[in-house]
Write a new protein. Structure first.
Length: 222
């Protein structure tokens, strides 16, 4: 077995992204096969060699036109399906699809992601509404965590995103978040498109016919 094949097996079996450090920890540990014989550990393997093997796997998948590839997510690597197969995968997974986040939860999560560490009061000042329920949901889903306490009076708790947040949205790290200016351009374009489309509720009335010529009024005699 070569290094590339072993890494492929690890990525296939893992339920979360694996970092090069985690892969190396597995490769350098003592393992046993089914017969009980100790497999030769790769004691001298380096993280650079692991990264190179992963890149070669990506090339192999592209050249063989496989339906999956390796994505860098949350500081690690994970086998994922290619985007073009999403329509069929959605049909397969619709039955067991987890509950989606509400618009208010997504809005609060975006505020936390861009402004972390942030306190509850600061979130509410941005949104203009109470966030207790939404914040509790995000904590229960593991997308947000308590990161410490603020130096403000009362030492309120501060919140930030988690590793699960990066995994959920397929981000390598927080630098992969879209820039605020990009989001504003997208929203402006969306609003322009919506404004350009005729309202489906507005009744469509045909214009009144206009006669080609208006006859002169009849002359009257006294």
């Amino acid at each position: 077995m070569n290094l590339k094949s072993i890494i492929e097996a690890l990525l296939f079996a893992a339920h979360k992204p694996l970092s090069p450090q985690e892969v190396r920890a597995v490769l350098t540990a003592d393992t046993e096969d089914k017969s009980g014989a100790t497999a030769a550990p790769l004691k001298r393997v380096k993280e650079a060699e692991i990264a190179a093997a992963i890149e070669q796997l990506k090339v192999d998948y592209i050249q063989s036109e496989r339906s999956f590839t390796i994505a860098e997510v949350a500081g690690g690597f994970q086998l994922v399906s290619c985007p073009e197969y999403a329509p069929w995968l959605k049909k397969l997974l619709d039955v067991d699809r987890p509950t989606r986040l509400s618009p208010s939860a997504l809005e609060t999560l975006a505020i936390i992601a861009y402004r972390q560490p942030i306190t509850r009061v600061e979130m509410e000042s941005v949104r203009g509404v109470n966030v207790d329920g939404v914040l509790r949901t995000l904590l229960e889903r593991g997308l947000v965590k308590i990161t410490g306490r603020s130096e403000l009076p009362g030492r309120p708790l501060q919140y930030g995103t988690t590793q699960a947040f990066l995994e959920h949205f397929g981000l390598r790290d927080l630098t992969d978040l879209p820039a605020i200016e990009e989001l504003r351009r997208i929203e402006a374009k969306r609003q322009q498109t919506a404004a350009a489309q005729p309202s489906a509720e507005a009744p469509q009335t045909a214009p009144s016919p206009v006669p080609e010529s208006t006859p002169p009024p009849a002359e009257t005699t006294s």
